[in-house]
Ligand binder design. Structure first.
Ligand code: NDP
Length: 248
């Protein structure tokens, strides 16, 4: 049951598409109040309207937040009208190019680390301090199977997701004696705009990634996030690895 989410305040990064968007709508459906954060405000506003049309009684807000910009991250609490938060979902992330180490652009290395790692860490720092003051809270990170099993030509992305896993595990241990919970969700292949970003907008290449297998939908992962954050307070879902049934 998701009744524990009614009236909870949730902030989701990368909420403008894919897993983040599906998660925002599922929290709204469960009766939570949701701040949707990303760079594309127009997309977020469409989703806010969609959430309102569910008539679940929550409050929904769209805010611009580029997690790769530290100044943006520091402003986060000033950009919403929510007085406090119960759940942070660190979902923003990307892979740009899957290339041999020697061919990867400096800018792409920096963008992947600034978004997937440094941005996630800095935002989590702010929320952990906020959660400590409230003596409750739940930090969710979206890692990846790439954070467990690195693959060829994915050295940068895989290393960012390993960093997410190490950071999340360490944080969980640090907070073990507190009521603050920590969860890492580790998806396998999910059909989102992720592959279009990876192939720099080449839709044909992106579509090819999902050929010959039934990929997960963003909703499959959203369901998992909802599950992990709606358990009773004494239950901590430390991690959850979810694959398409036919992904090797
Ligand atoms: P999408 O490309 O559909 O969504 C990514 C989201 O991240 C977008 O909403 C984008 O919004 C946002 N984003 C990107 N950069 C930033 C930034 N600097 N600041 C704030 N938001 C940002 O992909 P997915 O839904 O698939 O990806 C979500 C997460 O899931 C990522 O962390 C990804 O690594 C992870 N994942 C995905 C898998 C897959 O197969 N799809 C597998 C395993 C993990 P905007 O551009 O508006 O800022």
């Amino acid at each position: 049951s998701t009744h524990r989410l009614i009236g909870k305040n949730v902030l989701i990064t990368g909420a403008s598409s894919g897993i983040g968007a599906a998660t925002a709508l599922l929290y709204a459906k469960a009766g939570a109040n949701v701040v949707l954060a990303a760079r594309r405000l127009d997309r977020l506003e469409v989703l806010v309207n969609e959430a309102r049309s569910l008539n679940a009684g929550g409050v929904y807000e769209a805010i611009t937040l580029d997690v790769s910009r530290i100044d943006d991250v520091k402003e986060v609490f000033n950009r919403t009208t929510f007085p406090h938060f119960d759940i942070l979902v660190n979902n923003a992330g990307l892979v740009k190019g899957l290339e041999s180490v020697g061919d990867i652009d400096d800018a792409d290395i920096e963008l992947m680390y600034a978004t997937n790692v440094t941005g996630l860490i800095k935002l989590t720092q702010l929320f952990v301090n906020h959660f400590k003051q409230r003596n409750q809270g739940h930090v969710v990170t979206i890692g990846s199977i790439a954070g467990i099993e690195p693959y060829a030509n994915g050295s940068i992305y895989c290393s960012t997701k390993h960093a997410v896993r190490a950071f999340t595990t360490s944080l969980a241990k640090e907070l073990v004696a507190t009521p603050i919970r920590v969860t890492e969700i580790q998806p396998g292949l999910v059909e989102t705009e992720f592959s279009q970003v990876r192939f720099r907008g080449d839709k044909e290449k992106a579509d090819n990634v999902y050929k010959d297998l039934d990929p997960l939908t963003p909703d499959d992962i959203a369901q998992d996030i909802i599950f992990a954050t709606s358990r009773p307070p004494h239950v901590q879902v430390a991690s959850s690895l979810v694959f398409p049934t036919n992904q090797a």
